[in-house]
Write a protein that binds this ligand. Sequence first.
Ligand code: NI
Length: 171
Amino acid sequence: MALRKIRIDDDPLLRMVSKKVKEVTPRIKVLVEDMFETMYKEQGVGLAAPQIGILKRIAVIDLYDDNKFVLINPIILETEGEQTGIEGCLSFPGRVGDVTRPNSVKVEATNLDGERYIIEGEGLLARALCHEIDHLDGIVFIEKAENLHDDDDINDDEDIDDNEDDDVDEF
Ligand code: NI
């Protein structure tokens, strides 16, 4: 396993559409392991392959609730409702904003065994799924965010002294 470098800000790869994965090869499995390792190191809850410079339709999600999701060639089948909440992205360090997403989504994806499966996510999981699938289409959250600002602002405005880690989830 190896840590990968996260592409940030104006990196053109973040705005490109990723290609479908034809087969879950051993190399893809290593890539997925590296993605989890890199995501954990950066304390993110999701990571998409283009964020580490690989234009393949692969994303990983772990909300630290004992569920790890590997999403290869994910597609959104259904969405329902709406939620607006604060969001961050590992590719835009220090930036946060309010993003409106579906409240629940039904996604079909391939797992590491090469099988298609269904994930139904609500709330934060729905947000993570949409954020990652956007990455695979070259869409970054700052395009959708309102009230985009530095997350340091939050701490300045609040009386939370010891809260050095920001509470905003980064995907
Ligand atoms: Ni992101």
